[in-house]
Design a protein around this ligand. Structure first.
Ligand SMILES: C=C(O[C@@H]1C=C(C(=O)O)C=C[C@H]1O)C(=O)O
Length: 273
């Protein structure tokens, strides 16, 4: 049976997929931003996808996780950025523009401002216009992925940049898990053999990509305003593992989401095995 696999259309996901066909994967690959992939997973249009950790937390009864893999950072992540003309303490009563592409990072921002900065009233909205315009008009705004990477290069004068991976690490001392490999339980029942094969191929593709990042960076650098060395550095700080301390960071994030009414319950973390 054919597997339907989601692919986040950002630079951070390239190392998973670059060699996947070459190592023999022959299923369908569907590209989208995280919010689109979250919806397709929930609706059953995808069997599995790297996608928002928050989506796992929201619908955990439907899912299991591929072990050992994530998109995380222990400190700065470079591509989950809050752009602002003022400091975080000055956000009380402000309107913050949010990207419509995220689920994890928008809720991470809410937690950071409420739990750690101690703010009470902040108005969050996904604007009609591009978030980049809000930033040019000096409104605080959150971007993720390649659009955050690009914006960090052409910020208006006086604009501060807060890296949410770095803030989380400063406040908690834990890695932050932005994305997980989320698998529908139905796929585990119907496509177990295919999932097992993909799991091995993904690890091989990722290992090969991270061993020599330059050819991948050269293949994708034309589409972005980043140099080959900036891209390889980005993949070096990105943490693709899912180990004990990542899971502790993830559980703390879920607990805080629950505490602040962003998740209805505390998710159970179950793996595909
Ligand atoms: C580090 C990142 O992690 C991402 C953030 C996500 C989210 O906020 O929901 C989802 C997938 C990841 O791509 C990024 O996009 O830059």
């Amino acid at each position: 049976m054919t597997l339907n696999v989601g692919h986040i259309a950002y630079l951070n996901c390239v190392p998973f997929f670059h060699y996947l066909r070459e190592v023999g994967f022959d299923g369908n690959i569907v590209q989208g931003v995280p919010s689109q992939l979250n919806a397709m997973l929930a609706e059953g249009k995808l069997d599995l996808s790297p996608s928002s950790s928050f989506e796992y937390g929201l619908h955990w009864q439907k899912y299991v996780l591929l072990p050992d893999l994530s998109i995380s950072s222990k400190g700065p992540v470079q591509s989950v950025l809050l752009f602002s003309p003022c400091s975080l303490e000055e956000f009380e009563g402000c309107q913050v523009a949010l990207t419509g592409e995220s689920a994890t990072s928008v809720n991470l921002l809410k937690i950071l401002l409420k739990e750690f900065v101690g703010l009470r009233e902040v108005d969050f909205q996904v604007p009609q216009k591009p978030v980049e315009e809000c930033i040019q008009q000096r409104q605080p705004a959150l971007l993720i992925g390649d659009r955050a990477l690009k914006m960090s290069k052409r910020c208006p004068p006086g604009c501060r940049i807060y890296d949410l991976g770095e803030l989380w690490y400063q406040y908690t001392g834990k890695p932050f898990v932005f994305a997980l490999w989320i698998v529908r339980r139905e796929a585990v029942e119907n496509k177990r053999r295919e999932l097992n094969l993909l799991k091995e191929k993904l690890k091989r593709s990722l290992e090969k990509s991270l061993k020599d990042k330059k050819p991948l960076a050269m293949a994708v650098s034309d589409n972005l305003s980043l140099t080959v060395s900036e891209i390889t550095e980005y993949w070096t700080i990105m943490d693709y593992r899912l180990e004990k301390d990542h899971i502790e960071g993830l559980e703390l994030y879920f607990d805080l989401c629950h505490l602040h009414g962003l998740l209805p319950d505390k998710p159970q973390i179950d793996f595909f095995c």
